[in-house]
Design a protein around this ligand. Sequence first.
Ligand code: 3HC
Ligand code: NAI
Length: 705
Amino acid sequence: MGELVRFSLDGEIGVITIDNPPVNALSPGVPEGIGTLIEQACRNDSVRAIVVIGAGRTFIAGADIKEFGKITAGQRPRLTLHPLLNAIENSPKPVVMAIHGTAFGGGLEVAMSGHYRVAAQDAQVGQPEVKLGIIPGAAGTQRLPRLAGVARAVEMCAFGEPVSATVAFADGIVDRIIDGDLLAGAVAFAREIAGIAPPKPSERTGKLGDAAANAPLFASARERARKTKRGWMAPLAAIDAVEAATTLSFAEGCAKEADLFQQCLFSDQSKALIHAFFGERAVNKIPGIPKETSTLPIRRAAVVGAGTMGGGIAMNYANAGIPVVLKETAQEALDRGMATIRRNYANSVKNGRFSQAVMDKRLALITPQLTYDGFENADIIAEAVFEGMALKKEVFAELDKIAKPDAILASNTSTLDIDEIARTTSRPHMVIGHHYFSPANVMRLLEIVRGAETSNEVIATSMALAKKLNKVGVLVGNCRGFAGNRMLGPYGREAQFLVEEGAPVDAVDRALYEFGMAMGPLAMNDLAGLDVGWRIRKEYQHLEKPGLRQPRVADRLCELGRYGQKTGAGYYKYDENRKASPDPEVTAIIEEVAKEQGIVRREIDAGEIVERTIYALVNEGAKILEEGIALRAVDLDIIYLTGYGFPAFRGGPMWYASTVGLAKVHERICSFHGIHGEKWEPAPLLARLAAQGKTFEDFDKEKSA
Ligand code: 3HC
Ligand code: NAI
């Protein structure tokens, strides 16, 4: 490995280049290297000004996130970049930071300690620490309001979204945008300002505002954080830290920031969010399918079925610039599908997410039709017709005749056997499951279901395609419900059992909402439509073991035509604005079901509701891992975080179980097994890990060893 940081001279301008691929993180050696070279440059009489720049694809993308776990485990001393930042700011020779790529977190903090910043047109700057459950820890909350004002600083530090170089320039974070070669532009800038006494960002106070002006700004940011980041501690801590910049001296503000940073770093939330950060990247690594595996080009796509899912899938392709033909059976269904697509795009334009021109361009990429015309040119065909094996087989047999030999045939089935579908074609190696989540154009998860014969090339292409479509692709094996929905089965089952046993419908939902789930399970069923599960249960009824308790409430509601939101009634009743309220009629139905089954109703607290439902997820997850349906426990976490509204700050169900302690989780599951019977049979993997005092992370490590 070459030097992490190096020095060169361009005339009388010293150039410090950071070279720590892939993203120039501030790993051990990097801050020290920059500090040493700044000091040497200050002593070097031939240097009049200094430029700091990143080699490769970016300026510094932040602290090295891998180091945080070592710090909280006590293996590394606490991180401080302050000596480096002070050395830079106190340099008697002006320091110009030259930014390209992503100056994020500690990267932006280093940049803000310089006297000037110049940036490439397409650079971004941001303080995304909150996404990792921490706050900026190197004076970001103190220097950013001084450079950009309080409103921008709160926005960036508390909500974590980056801003473009153009915005950064307009707000005073960046002093000049450089067209063309960044280094040449930065050196030219350095020559212009060499000799002028360097201005210190920490000494600026002009943009800090006054208490009266700032109060409503902080109040509304706190309200927004509580609403949009429900249960997260870091966004509120970040707001506190920025507020400190407006009430305390720079040094005192930095001390306050350091306190808050430590509290966040050592929290379970930060550990969970860091797990999720690396998890999202880990799911791309598939044993047996190396990174170099060849992939097929995806230049043209086709979709069968323009219903709820097909329309969203077509949008995904169009959003990525891939032209797509969308086929329906009847004009009316096609018109309905296209109207939904148009409405979704129009809403995005209305909300300012993109312009009308972008909408028009995307719409133009979607060709609605009633025939298979053009399918022969498609590199990928996504099937999203009604869920039913006979229909899927018919469609795939048809596609087999039309598609070119190297076209990928992807089914969006949520439960059916991919191999059985694949066998109806002459090319099962080209068949795969691409299981999107509703709404398909919004939800980030793409469960990629590998059939017994799916080729490595098709898997690698699917993983790469997921990235291109801005999704998180997770590879799973073929079984009923695959990974996500299979785990959801026991979770939903327990939610129903709990209401039969005495918990009010809204109490079950509230307990899980307060745990952090985006929605309670019963409200979620109402949203998705209770009839979907009802139809599946009827189809699979022959597989039920006689005498084994089954949840009965949902079926009873469906028999009464209560399919959920779409019929104005399900577990709840809905007004014309789809606002839910508890329904005494449902309580009566539940009591009747309980009576028929001889269930003695009792009071059930929120703790039991959470344990019964979440541990049901975990136990099924452990069985899925044992069977090899998921590659790693972290894959299940990412599935739940990106597809099922599991709270990110809890790291996913498997991670959460490990934080509770697998011995405790196992003990509770054994107790539920004793009370509620064989559906709670503890997964042997869970029993083993619990007995060994291990976590699911240990299991992932065992597997990768
Ligand atoms: N530390 C350690 N590793 C990092 C890293 C970081 N800050 N940022 C990225 N990486 C690693 C990734 O894990 C990945 O590793 P892999 O190839 O082994 O899986 C590799 O770099 C490439 O990352 P991506 O696949 O994410 O590459 P992209 O090009 O898609 O994205 C990025 C690049 C925008 C920089 C994105 O990686 C990112 O957002 N990184 C995190 C940035 C961040 O959160 N910075 C703040 C850190 S906390 C901090 O600075 C605290 C400070 O206030 C004291
Ligand atoms: P939907 O009922 O909204 O849409 C299905 C569409 O397919 C209908 O418009 C129908 O006219 C059309 N269709 C039927 N046969 C066709 C054919 N031969 N050619 C062209 N079009 C045809 O159904 P939805 O919800 O979109 O589901 C589609 C698939 O996606 C199913 O397999 C389902 O299990 C799966 N899925 C559904 C999710 C959801 O939340 N709705 C989530 C994930 C997967």
